[in-house]
Design a binder for this molecule. Structure first.
Ligand SMILES: Nc1ncnc2c1ncn2[C@@H]1O[C@H](COP(=O)(O)OP(=O)(O)OP(=O)(O)O)[C@@H](O)[C@H]1O
Ligand SMILES: O=C(O)C1=C[C@@H](O)[C@@H](O)[C@H](O)C1
Ligand SMILES: [Mg+2]
Length: 174
């Protein structure tokens, strides 16, 4: 993998990874898509038939395989929560970018979404509490943090690209 995006549901990982992958001519890999492809079920179907723990087991398996592939990986919002996933993401040399967003932005973006079971299960308040609980994990992994509230996905992709170019230059000079 060349780059990993982490952050809460609705932070924009899938959207931004698509733009950046196109721009850099890299493969876009979305962990949620890889999981649904492997399972032959949507995320709500996986949660309904196997429970959240069944989804998490698939997520861990799929993450390990995805990290062996080149490209830009958009993780799921809960990926860093499992200790095994967190350890793998912490150990990798691949740069990790955190897309951060306030609970207000998250609710505006995904409050009405039906493809994320936790949005329905938790409601607005529970969702914000879950985000606060997960934030330390996201930040612990991040080599770069982008506050996305007032940026378009294109602007975020451009900031990440500039950071990657600068980072490559620094590595060359070292
Ligand atoms: N910077 C942004 N400004 C406004 N809307 C955004 C921004 N980034 C993403 N969105 C919108 O928010 C919604 C969720 O985005 P996206 O699916 O990329 O999030 P995600 O981080 O991949 O979430 P998940 O963890 O659930 O996979 C989409 O409707 C997308 O268009
Ligand atoms: O934050 C989460 O726990 C999740 C985020 C989504 O990307 C999906 O992986 C799923 O809906 C669970
Ligand atoms: Mg996504």
């Amino acid at each position: 993998m060349d780059l990993i995006l982490v952050g809460f549901m609705g932070a924009g990982k899938t959207t931004v990874s698509g733009i950046l992958a196109d721009d850099l001519a890299l493969a876009q890999r979305d962990l949620d898509d890889l999981i649904t492809d492997a399972a032959g079920q949507t995320i709500p179907e996986i949660f309904a038939s196997r429970g959240e723990s069944g989804f998490r087991a698939l997520e861990t398996q799929t993450l390990r395989a995805a990290l062996q592939q080149p490209g830009i990986l958009a993780t799921g919002g809960g990926t860093p929560v499992q200790d095994a996933n967190f350890a793998v993401l912490q150990d990798t040399d691949v740069p990790v970018v955190l897309l951060d967003a306030t609970p207000e932005s998250i609710l505006t973006r995904i409050g009405g979404d039906t493809n994320r079971p936790l949005v329905q299960q938790l409601g607005p308040r529970g969702l914000s509490e879950l985000q606060a609980q997960r934030n330390p994990r996201y930040h612990a992994l991040a080599d770069l943090v982008i506050a996305t509230d007032d940026l378009t996905p294109e602007e975020i992709a451009a900031q990440i690209k500039a950071w990657l170019i600068n980072r490559a230059g620094e590595a060359e000079r070292a």
